[in-house]
Design a protein around this ligand. Structure first.
Ligand SMILES: [Zn+2]
Length: 311
């Protein structure tokens, strides 16, 4: 028996699980908050992995899903936007030295795409686009049965394509990116602005909203909340039509918390794709669906990466 460890590094939570060979059910799983007094995120991560390390089995590899731009070839996290101090951090080599086993590192959205492709909604497809819509927008692309990485592993950052010249400021510092108008954060912010303009809604004005609150109001028929999701879906559709032109996939998988709004988000995406593609044949064999691994996509993607290492 060999075992693989999968780790999902988030700004608020570190999760790790231990998977026996050929199983998607972890033998052990644990999570801790990323930031806590008296210990650094790196110390907490090492302690978490140590707590899962099996005594009797050989660990073949550790797969790590990390936020922000990473270099998967060198195991370096260039920046982790929500983890202070993680700049140019050689996390892969550090964990390899600490635990004495191979460590493979990837961007979390890329690995979620890999997870959906190997174990989820994308199984059997050779060309796939995964887009996660939550606090930000992340993407991963499978082309001809391979995760698209690019020369430094920075490819497929489709949350940062420009959909509105001089549009709102994006988390990356540029303007008008898809993430700045269609992420969960952007949806909530747009509703707050509309409420401030006096647009009627069941949602309360003059306070910070979350995308989850907007989604709940939309499900109960609130017109402003429905319009907010439709607006985000339309922007996503515009960008995804361009992605169809670039990658011609057979499946688009939409994940992240906002995708749980179902048709309120997915129908506007679909309508926009139909309107925007330069040939209807882009849609001939296209499946547009939501994630099947949901919150496990990152962890199972890290597992898929760890298992990709040939013994
Ligand atoms: Zn951006």
């Amino acid at each position: 028996m060999t075992t693989h460890l999968a780790v999902d590094v988030g700004g608020t939570q570190l999760r790790a699980a231990c998977y026996p060979s050929d199983s998607l059910t972890p033998s052990k799983i644990n999570k801790v908050s990323t930031q806590f007094a008296n210990s650094s995120p790196l110390e907490r991560l090492v302690a978490l992995i140590s707590s899962l390390f099996p005594e009797d089995d050989r660990v073949s590899a550790i797969g790590v899903a990390a936020p922000g731009p990473v270099n998967p070839y060198q195991g370096i996290i260039y920046t982790a936007p929500n983890i202070p101090g993680w700049e140019n951090l050689p996390l892969g080599p550090y964990l390899e030295e600490t635990f004495g086993v191979p460590v493979l590192l990837g961007n979390d959205a890329n690995l979620a795409a890999l997870g959906e492709w190997r174990f989820g909604a994308g199984q059997g497809h050779h060309h796939l686009i995964y887009v996660t819509v939550s606090t930000g927008i992340g993407t991963g692309v499978i082309v001809e049965d391979r995760l698209l990485l690019g020369v430094n592993g920075l490819a497929a950052e489709l949350g940062h394509v420009t959909v509105m010249l001089d549009g709102p400021l994006c988390g990356c510092g540029q303007r008008g990116h898809l993430e700045a108008v269609a992420s969960g954060t952007a949806i909530a912010h747009w509703v707050e602005q509309e409420l401030a303009e006096g647009i009627p809604s069941t949602l309360p004005g003059h306070q910070k909203l979350t995308a989850r609150e907007v989604a709940q109001a939309a499900k109960q028929g609130d017109k402003l909340a429905i319009a907010a999701l439709a607006r985000a879906g339309t922007f996503l559709g515009h960008a995804l039509a361009d992605f169809l032109h670039a990658f011609n996939p057979s499946i688009i998988i939409v994940g992240g918390g906002v995708s749980r709004s179902g048709d309120l988000l997915m129908k506007p995406i679909h309508d926009c794709l139909k309107e925007r593609v330069i040939s209807p044949h882009y849609l001939d064999d296209l499946i547009l669906t939501t994630s099947s691994l949901r919150d496990e996509a990152g962890l199972l993607g890290a597992l898929a990466l760890a298992r990709s290492l040939k013994a």
